[in-house]
Design a protein around this ligand. Structure first.
Ligand SMILES: Nc1ncnc2c1ncn2[C@@H]1O[C@H](COP(=O)(O)OP(=O)(O)OP(=O)(O)O)[C@@H](O)[C@H]1O
Ligand SMILES: [Mg+2]
Length: 509
């Protein structure tokens, strides 16, 4: 088949499939890389990611240990690499760097990745804030109220202002009458969780400029797919933020990308390291939606690969959808280990040449794996024992200087490196409390609203109406925002109901 990614070579004499390929055509049928620590998972992930990139497919990966950053540099053939190349019989090895864009929610090791509160939506936000059902319901209500009023929820400041607004006795009464009961206890609980999220550094993630998914889906000048590496070393310490962020990304992609059917190569491939974090403490309803998104995103040309120590870290329904598998060595010290080994073995179609799979799994060397990928017609390859090829990039970390150079050459730095804080719920509600109502000058369409807060003394709802009727910078700001929101949400929800994350909208269906 065309568009093959060489993963490894069988070391068994007389093997039917001496070379094991991942076929890009089936790259959207998802996959799994599993194995005990130090067995070669990250390197296998790099081989796949690099392979896709060379075929022009952009990839996204979360770098938990910093050792995937080496993808930005070319390998050096040394004493460690040479014997493996010889053993594999590779004579045309050409070290090469990948076109990497570094991202970092905290903005330190890469461009900041941001989303607006509105885009995240109440459902995912409730998960992030670890709210109970009642509190989640209240959050839904305040979101709805903000939508109806046309107040933009961009950053956590906006959300805080909104909650303060709803906590006011009179406002609460009005909102409760219109949308259902808002109890002060629930509002207080949400405010406390919000404070915790802010203190944990979660606030940096919310705001603008928000991530434009198109920037994840770039190719470089030579047609190679961009390798997006998200620094996750700090993020992983906040499992809830990590998993919620990744779920948000996946759901955004699901919502924004069109159906494409079968393609020669995927449009984007996602690698989730420490995949178990996605499913730990995941409420059943949300887990169901994740399963649904993973299943459906395939037809949008997106492949999702889970990387984990235990192959059974992902729920069975998801495991059943993973067509391409690379299983590195597992240890079998305890009964639980043995159970995992048995479970992993059962996912492979047997191959007499390989022998007893449960035994082989415990005997694999570093950088060696049991592999099964989808072949022509979507049929899984009978399990093959393969020595994994080395990537052409560096295995391991990079220096601060190397990172700085890559970052300075990035095509998207100018777009994301500086935060923007424009008028939204916080500004409107703050002005509303201390404003005296007066008519703003009509026709003040200066178009500068994207950065300037409303200048007129009139504020809040009255001002919004007056702006829409009479025209002002604020109006332009609003219209621009709505248009932007509409583009970001694929044109589906223009109007007062601003953008909402798909998991949120799906959950309501
Ligand atoms: N395909 C390969 N080619 C060359 N070297 C490899 C290969 N696979 C593994 N290695 C070597 O083994 C080391 C450990 O591999 P790797 O970092 O991928 O393990 P891991 O399973 O990701 O471990 P952890 O669970 O700790 O993240 C690598 O640093 C590299 O030196
Ligand atoms: Mg690793």
């Amino acid at each position: 088949m065309a568009n093959d990614i060489l993963l490894g070579k069988s070391q068994l004499t007389g093997s039917r499939t001496p070379e094991v390929f991942l076929h890009a055509k089936y790259g959207n049928r998802h996959g799994m890389i599993a194995g005990a620590t130090g067995t070669g998972k990250s390197v296998s992930l790099m081989v796949m990611a690099e392979g896709f990139s060379k075929l022009g497919v952009p990839v996204f990966l979360a770098d938990v240990k910093g050792d995937l950053a080496g993808m930005a540099q070319a390998a050096v053939v040394n004493d460690k690499l040479k014997p493996r190349l010889d053993k594999l019989g590779i004579t045309d090895y050409t070290p090469s760097a990948n076109p990497v864009i570094f991202w970092d929610i905290y903005g330190k090791l890469g461009h900041p990745v941001r989303a607006t509160v509105s885009e995240m939506g109440p459902t995912l936000l409730a998960r992030l804030l670890e709210l109970n059902d009642v509190q989640s319901g209240v959050l839904e209500v305040v979101f709805k109220a903000a939508d109806d009023q046309g107040w933009l929820l961009l950053d956590l400041k906006d959300l805080r202002a909104l909650l303060n607004h709803a906590a006011d006795k009179d406002n609460a009464k009005e909102l409760s009458a219109k949308y259902g009961l808002i109890s002060p206890t629930s509002i207080a609980a949400i405010q406390r969780s919000l404070l915790q999220l802010e203190n944990a550094g979660g606030d940096v993630f919310f705001g603008e400029p928000a991530l434009d998914l198109a920037d994840f889906m770039r190719q470089d000048m030579s047609g190679r797919g961009v390798v997006n590496i998200l620094a996750a070393d700090q993020l992983i310490l906040k499992p809830m933020l990590y998993s919620t962020f990744l779920l948000w990304l996946l759901s955004e992609l699901f919502e924004k990308l069109p159906e494409v059917g079968d393609l020669d190569v995927p449009k984007l491939v996602f690698f989730f390291d420490e995949a178990h974090l996605l499913f730990d403490d995941c409420p059943p309803a949300l887990q169901k939606r994740v399963e649904q998104v993973v299943r459906l995103i395939r037809s949008k040309g997106v492949g999702v690969y889970f990387c984990s120590q235990n192959p059974d870290d992902a729920p069975d329904v998801i495991l059943g959808q993973l067509g391409n598998r690379v299983q590195h060595a597992l240890r079998a010290f305890t009964p639980r280990d043995q159970k995992a080994v048995n479970a992993a073995a059962q996912t492979f179609a047997p191959n007499p040449a390989v022998g007893d799979i449960t035994q082989v799994i415990t005997q694999l060397g570093v950088g060696e794996a049991l592999v099964s990928t989808l072949q022509e017609g979507g049929v899984p390859l009978p399990v093959e024992r393969a020595l994994i090829v080395p990537p052409t990039c560096r295995i391991g970390t990079i220096t601060d200087a190397e990172r700085a150079t890559i970052r300075s050459r990035s095509p998207v730095g100018g777009k994301y490196d500086t935060a923007v804080d424009r008028e939204s719920a916080f500004e409107i509600l703050t002005q509303r409390t201390d404003a005296t109502i007066a008519r703003p000058a009509p026709g003040d369409a200066n178009g500068g609203a994207a950065q300037a807060p409303a200048q007129g003394p009139m504020s809040g709802w009255g001002k919004t109406i007056s702006d829409v009727l009479l025209g002002s910078g604020r109006r332009q700001g609003m219209i621009e925002t709505m248009a932007k929101s509409a583009i970001r949400s694929g044109g589906s929800r223009l109007g007062t109901a601003l953008v909402r994350g798909v998991l949120g909208s799906l959950l309501k269906k």
